[in-house]
Design a binder for this molecule. Structure first.
Ligand SMILES: [Zn+2]
Length: 67
């Protein structure tokens, strides 16, 4: 369990997970150009382009989540 499941999820869906730039938790899954919403975790207002949010995900992956 693990990698196989992740691969399957990635390949059969165009949805991406958007991480909050403040708390780095997943705010929503979808496929949008721009995200404007309140983070359900830290309740901060997020207004960012998809590219900015995906950068957060890349940075988080690079650091390696310990949680
Ligand atoms: Zn947040």
């Amino acid at each position: 369990m693990g990698l196989d499941k992740i691969e399957a999820m990635r390949s059969n869906s165009n949805f991406k997970s958007y991480l909050c730039p403040h708390c780095q938790k997943i705010m929503m899954k979808g496929n949008v150009r721009r995200l404007k919403m309140t983070c359900p975790h830290c309740l901060k207002m997020i207004d960012a382009d998809e590219d900015e949010l995906l950068d957060v995900i890349r940075a988080a992956e690079k650091e390696g989540s310990t949680q």
